[in-house]
Design a protein around this ligand. Structure first.
Ligand code: NPW
Ligand code: K
Length: 451
């Protein structure tokens, strides 16, 4: 953001002009939401506070009753200019009772824990009823990491100025933000900046399609039979023409349309019609599991590696194969384990996922409420999905979808992105408290949204 703002200023747009665009753009939202009700604007000492004075003055011009609370005088030149244009009432620390609150204490300049008078104000804001709007980011979150540096306030709306910050799609910050909207202030973001994933577009099979052309996916099963079946149920509904389960177990409950191959894994993997592989769900972590993983990866087919397999991957194993053919789909704990194995010592989820991609060449889908994809096409965040996905087995479903999409087109980055969207849409269709097999069962219905 700082680079984009600097580029705009180098191009002749002053910081004051940018602040006016930001403040006016935000004030339009606030005025509509206030709809005649009184508004309190909390202004901090930096340019986030400056935005607050612009918002307050704009609201006043529109006839809205507005009070500014500012515990400190503005410290930057541009915020001082904004302050000098505001003609209304300013209180120094008492939070008046109001129906709409606009929080402009700190934006991306927050550099340490919020304490003293600012922390007290945020605690009071957390406790009062009313509609709460965070300007740019909630004032107690670090915009680059999503870390919480002060009192937790639950906002109804967060207005990002000029571009999304990492915190908008990273836990724990994103959970506080309510609805998120972007206010355009005419900035051009650099091409390699992390981006929000755009809704994918999925094609129906071509007219001359047959099962192999649509993609043959092999799922490598292991010690625990349930998880790979769940992944297969999802994969069969996510586009692949043919899903095979390579397993040495009997699966009396497997669906009749799932082909189970019980011969030696190396023979199953030798099929040159294989388009993609999924390995990990239910694999186990013993010597046999390790051997099966090695055989699967030795095929050099594009692969989704998940669950148990993430605890078996190591630099030696990756050294023998082309790791750019692999996407890993770790949750928080698995990402930590991978970072330990590959000697990565980074703090935030983004830094860890990025370092893992850079060090190994693997595509990394760091899943969770704040899904994050890092790979050949850069970094993607995803809109917030259903929190009901936090149930056992949904990770196997996600892996099955990703592997199925991979079998269709062979693009790891695209397959992982599509999988997140399909998974969330399937959850959305089910509403509350579903099971993982119910989730797998509606993946084809979810696909309808993206065709
Ligand atoms: N630049 C642009 O073109 C545009 C920027 N825009 C807006 O500017 C925002 C960024 O503004 P910013 O960089 O001035 O930082 P901001 O978030 O207001 O806070 C920094 C101030 O707080 C202080 N401070 C920090 N931590 C503290 C703490 N824990 N407890 C107490 N004090 C603390 C710090 O002072 P310090 O004591 O560290 O010297 C400094 O005074 C951005 O989010 C967007 O809203 C838009 O107008 C569009 C155009
Ligand atoms: K803020």
């Amino acid at each position: 953001m700082r680079a984009a703002e600097q580029a705009a200023m180098d191009g002749g747009v002053s910081e004051w002009e940018l602040m006016q665009r930001a403040g006016e753009g935000a004030a339009q939202w606030v005025a509509r939401i206030a709809a005649g009700r009184a508004v309190t604007v909390l202004c901090g000492p930096g340019n986030n506070g400056g935005d607050g004075y612009v918002i307050a003055e704009s609201l006043k011009r529109r006839g809205v009753e507005v009070v500014v609370v500012a515990p400190r005088e503005p410290g930057t030149d541009t915020a001082k200019t904004a302050r000098s244009h505001f003609q209304g009432e300013i209180a120094d620390s008492e939070l008046p009772s109001s129906q709409v609150y606009v929080d402009c204490l700190f934006g991306y300049g927050l550099s340490r824990r919020v304490e003293g008078v600012f922390a007290e104000l945020l605690e009071r804001l957390a406790a009062v009823p009313g509609f709460k709007i965070a300007i740019d980011v909630p004032s107690s979150v670090a915009s680059d990491s999503g870390e919480l540096l002060g009192p937790e306030v639950s906002y109804d709306l967060t207005l990002a100025l000029g571009g999304w910050k990492l915190a908008h799609f990273t836990m724990p910050a994103m959970a506080m933000m309510g609805v998120k909207r972007l206010v355009d202030i005419g900035l051009a973001l650099p091409g390699d900046a992390p981006r929000l994933s755009v809704t994918p577009s999925i094609s129906a099979p071509a007219t001359d399609a047959h099962k192999y052309k649509r993609g043959l996916l092999a799922i490598v099963a292991g010690e625990m039979p349930g998880a790979p079946i769940l992944a297969a149920e999802a994969a069969m509904r996510a586009g692949a023409g043919y899903v095979k389960l390579a397993s040495e177990h009997s699966h009396p409950d497997a669906p009749a349309d799932l082909v189970i191959v019980d011969g030696p894994l190396s023979e199953t993997m030798a099929d040159d019609r294989l388009s993609a592989i999924l390995v990990g769900p239910g694999l186990g972590r013993g010597d046999d599991a390790r051997k099966r993983l090695q055989i699967a990866l030795a095929t050099s087919r594009p692969a989704i590696v998940d669950a148990d397999a993430l605890h078996l991957l190591d630099p030696e194993m990756l050294g023998q194969i082309d790791a750019s053919n692999i996407a890993v789909t770790p949750h928080e704990g698995e990402l930590t384990a991978l970072c330990r194995t590959f000697g990565i010592d980074a703090a935030s989820k983004l830094e860890r996922a990025r370092a893992l991609h850079e060090k190994t060449g693997m595509t990394v889908l760091a899943k969770g409420p704040d899904n994050l994809l890092v790979g050949a096409s850069g970094v993607r965040f995803f809109p917030t999905g259903s929190s009901w996905l936090s149930t056992a087995g949904t990770g196997d479903v996600l892996a099955g979808i990703a592997a199925s999409r991979l079998a269709v087109h062979g693009d790891l980055f695209k397959a992982c992105g599509e999988a997140v969207w399909l998974h969330q849409e399937a959850a959305h269709l089910l509403g509350p408290a579903f099971t993982a097999s119910e989730l797998a069962a509606v993946v084809s219905e979810a696909m309808e949204r993206f065709l």
